[in-house]
Design a protein around this ligand. Structure first.
Ligand SMILES: Cc1ncc(COP(=O)(O)O)c(C=O)c1O
Length: 408
């Protein structure tokens, strides 16, 4: 099929319910850039929604996966242990935000891992209900749709979902929280908030589940976001960046909780796939070898500085409601009602940058690779600032322009 027909083919044959930012057809990716089949090179500030956190095709991750493909692709978890799975645990144990988190279960997607956490919480507490936060996003499966409150679109016309609308402590198995709210708008919690949630959990025999699918694995400048507040979760959920694009997710909890589950009640055909685990080992090594967290904090400060400057600038500040976030999980929320975020996003796309909005509010989110170079960040900041300036300029057309004439 000719290159020019590929997008049309996709529009015709790929499920519309997916929805997508662009109809570009990607062919390759390297570092912070992707290249389309038509040779358009785009700076990727989405990282595939916070997944390719070490950039596209990180050489060590690619090499580890290639080598594993030649050794063992599928070592099904209910059949036997496999080496990369155990090696990955060896690398992850010292990275956990609390030493009690020592027993792992791997799955494929974030949603599945959230459901694994809910299964564990119900089983361990013998209680049913789960409390989630307003604005939460936990996935698109039946269980996680019921736990998702960031937008109505995720649950619209799919009911009945998992039941349980009001809940007393004696019926509540777990409180699930994203330590930094993701899809709901990149909102860090107020000081003391998570400690208070921990206290409520302890008092009422409720488990605290930290969903770090989006904010975990270095994204906020610490290995796990919950470390910013020194709070211990009972169950930690991780996915996305842990294998830099290979499907892998997991939960970790204390052995005494995990061992309550009956053998055979957990598992899944592809759960903890050997190639994904080998990629995960390479990711964990890269965090050690390449000072990733330092880079997150340095590049994050540069991006945040640029956004704050735009906020303070009298020419652009009137469009901005808030600038927030931690590390390289940053957001710019625009004043409501004018669609500024989508306009800025469209300008960035014209300037060859992939960038996402988020939440029901008019918000842009910035999730570049955690190892983005200083030069690529400078280029990203230049594009975003230009886009903000141009949208602001379009707001106040020069008097010489006549009606109907393009404003930009
Ligand atoms: C916090 C959070 N939890 C769960 C999920 C679901 O993960 P997945 O899309 O891999 O199922 C996401 C996805 O964006 C997420 O951000």
């Amino acid at each position: 099929m000719s290159v020019s027909k590929l997008a049309q083919f996709g529009i015709k044959h790929v499920a519309k319910g997916i929805g997508r930012l662009s109809t570009e057809v990607l062919e390759s990716g390297k570092g912070s850039y992707v290249t389309t089949v038509e040779g358009r090179k785009m700076l990727d500030f989405t990282s595939g929604i916070g997944v390719t956190n070490l950039g596209h095709c990180h050489p060590a991750v690619t090499k580890a996966a290639q080598e594993q493909v030649g050794k063992l692709v599928h070592g099904q978890v209910n059949i036997a242990f496999q080496k990369p799975y155990l090696e990955l645990i060896e690398f992850l144990v010292p990275l956990m935000p609390h030493k009690s988190l020592d027993t792992f279960f791997f799955w494929n997607s974030g949603s599945e891992a959230v459901e694994a956490a809910v299964k564990l919480a119900r089983h361990a507490t013998k209680k049913q209900n789960i409390i989630v936060m307003q604005g939460s996003y936990h996935g698109r499966t039946f269980g996680t749709m019921a736990m998702t409150k960031s937008k109505t679109v995720y649950g619209e016309n799919y009911a009945p979902l998992m039941p349980g609308r009001e809940t007393a402590p004696s019926d509540t198995a777990a409180i699930v929280i994203e330590p930094v709210l993701g899809e709901g708008g990149y909102v860090p919690p107020p000081a003391g908030y998570l400690a208070k949630v921990r206290e409520i959990c302890d008092k009422n025999n409720i488990l605290l589940i930290a969903d770090e699918v989006q904010c975990g694995f270095g994204r906020t400048g610490k290995m796990f976001a919950i470390e910013h507040w020194g709070v211990r979760p009972d169950i930690l959920v991780m996915a996305k960046g842990i294998a830099n694009g290979f499907p892998l997710s997991g939960i970790v909890s204390r052995k005494e909780l995990m061992d309550l589950q009956k053998p055979g009640s957990m598992g899944g055909t592809y759960a903890g796939n050997a190639v994904s685990c080998a990629a995960g080992v390479a990711v964990a090594k890269a965090f050690q070898d390449e000072k990733i967290l330092e880079n997150v904090n340095e590049r994050g400060a540069e991006l945040l500085g640029m956004l704050e400057t735009a906020w303070k600038d009298s020419k652009t500040g009137h469009m901005i409601f808030d600038v927030r976030g931690l590390g390289l999980m940053l957001a710019l929320e625009c004043q409501p009602g004018k669609g500024y975020a989508s306009k800025i996003q469209a300008k960035c796309m014209e300037k060859d940058m992939l960038i996402l909005t988020t939440s029901i509010y008019d918000t842009l989110r910035f999730i570049p690779p955690l190892n983005i170079t200083k030069e690529d960040m400078a280029e990203g900041c230049r594009i975003i600032r230009e886009a903000i300036d141009e949208v602001a300029a379009g707001e106040h057309p020069p008097e010489t322009k006549t009606k109907g004439q393009a404003l930009e």
